[in-house]
Design a protein around this ligand. Structure first.
Ligand code: FES
Ligand SMILES: [Fe+2]
Length: 393
């Protein structure tokens, strides 16, 4: 990541502000089945389990014995750093009769054993079954074959990422590619602080949430009372990195900044950058911190969001707690507005008023994302042109 790249982004943003070649793509009609079809929801859930998701800040599991339990696409997940300092993720399910071992949503430190609450089968911090009452009653279930089921896990950009389906291996470097390198270079590593966290269940299809965060057309209206005054209207500078996307959102202050001031630091001061890691992780770099969330479907019309603030360790120490808490509030005040509108759309789309959503040429990044999901589940049906017929759903 060089200042030359920052200059390219800076110049493109300034040109767009001046009305020179603002980026546009293709408009599209987005079929309602993407948001309303229960059968499609099932296919998406299975497909999403093959891909990485951010599940929590890396700082939560920095030391041996640190752990947290969560749920991802209906799979209970346990992340633990073993007594050998290796980070592992497991399906958080007992190999005896399937009870969940560590309560979801909890975390802790100094743990050397995980004990199932049902019959006390006991696993060590590496996932091995190391004890069970009345061991001789299980002659056909050797301990060696009853370790917790391991999942692929890694740390990038200050977060723990898990593929919630057992796989023999996963090529993390190929998956993250150069886009993750930008956040790594900005100091988002395993030592990043995470002063704020939030989890919620949202009453809309998960893709409506992400669509709302891949365009700035709505900023001046939906965010009139919160962040509209900070940003230029209807401008995005988008670049695809494989299936991932980076979107620069220029702030109004950028036009007044010295023309030769381009650097990553100045870019962070005068714009926000969305790092959208396909399929479900939205990270917003706001100069001195990142706010983001991972959002995954629970049903066709509801989703679960897990959200974190990340701050590079050195930067965290330089500012008071109120600074981070104020920025977290500003972020969620705006995101709450997006989420409320996604819920309204879910209800509106189910009404039958529309046969499709209409993405404008300024909302092309939404359609790029939706088409990647279509491709992922093997449904590459091209969207129709402008819809006029009655809704199918
Ligand atoms: S289900 Fe875990 S010990 Fe029985
Ligand atoms: Fe928004």
């Amino acid at each position: 990541m060089s200042d030359e790249q920052a200059r390219e982004l800076w110049d493109a943003a300034r040109n767009a502000i001046a009305g020179v070649a603002p980026q546009r793509g293709d408009g599209a009609a987005s079929p309602l089945a993407r948001y309303l079809d229960p059968a499609r929801h099932e296919r998406e859930t299975l497909a999403l389990r093959r891909l990485p998701h951010a599940v929590g800040p890396a700082s939560r599991v920095g030391a041996s014995g640190d752990w947290f339990a969560t749920e991802l696409l209906a799979v209970p997940v346990l992340v633990a750093r073993g007594d050998d300092a290796v980070l592992r993720a497991f399906i958080n399910v007992c190999r005896h009769r399937g009870a969940i071992i560590a309560p979801g949503g909890q975390c802790g430190s100094g743990r050397t054993r995980f004990v199932c609450p049902y019959h006390s089968w006991t696993y060590d911090s590496r996932g091995a079954l190391v004890g069970r009452p009345h061991d001789t009653d299980f002659p056909d279930v050797p301990r060696a074959g009853a370790s917790l089921v391991e999942l692929q896990v890694t740390v990038r950009c200050g977060l723990v990422w898990v593929v919630p389906r057992p796989l023999a291996s996963f090529d993390w470097d190929a998956w993250f590619g150069p886009m993750a390198g930008e956040l790594d270079a900005l100091g988002y590593d395993a030592a990043s602080a995470s002063p704020h966290e939030r989890r919620l269940v949202q009453p809309s299809n998960w893709k409506l949430v992400l669509d709302a965060n891949l365009e700035s057309y709505h900023f001046q209206y939906a965010h009139r009372a919160t962040i509209a005054h900070l940003f230029h209207d209807n401008l995005v500078q988008q670049q695809s990195f494989g299936r991932h996307q980076r979107i620069v959102l220029p702030k109004r202050t950028l036009a007044q900044a010295p023309a030769d001031a381009a650097s990553w630091e100045q870019l962070g001061r005068h714009s926000n950058i969305i790092y959208f890691f396909f399929p479900a992780t939205f990270l917003l770099w706001e100069g001195d911190h990142v706010n983001g969330f991972n959002v995954t479907p629970q049903s066709v019309s509801s989703c679960a969001a897990a959200s974190w603030m990340l701050v590079p360790a050195a930067g965290h120490a330089r500012r008071a707690a109120e600074h981070w808490s104020r920025n977290w509030t500003i972020f969620w005040d705006a995101i709450d507005e997006d989420y409320a509108l996604a819920a309204s759309m879910q209800q509106g789309l189910a009404s039958g008023a529309n046969a499709a959503l209409n993405f404008g040429r300024n909302e092309f990044a939404c359609e790029l994302f939706e088409r990647e999901i279509d491709a992922l589940i093997g449904d590459e049906t091209a969207p129709t042109s402008s819809p006029s017929s009655a809704a199918r759903w």
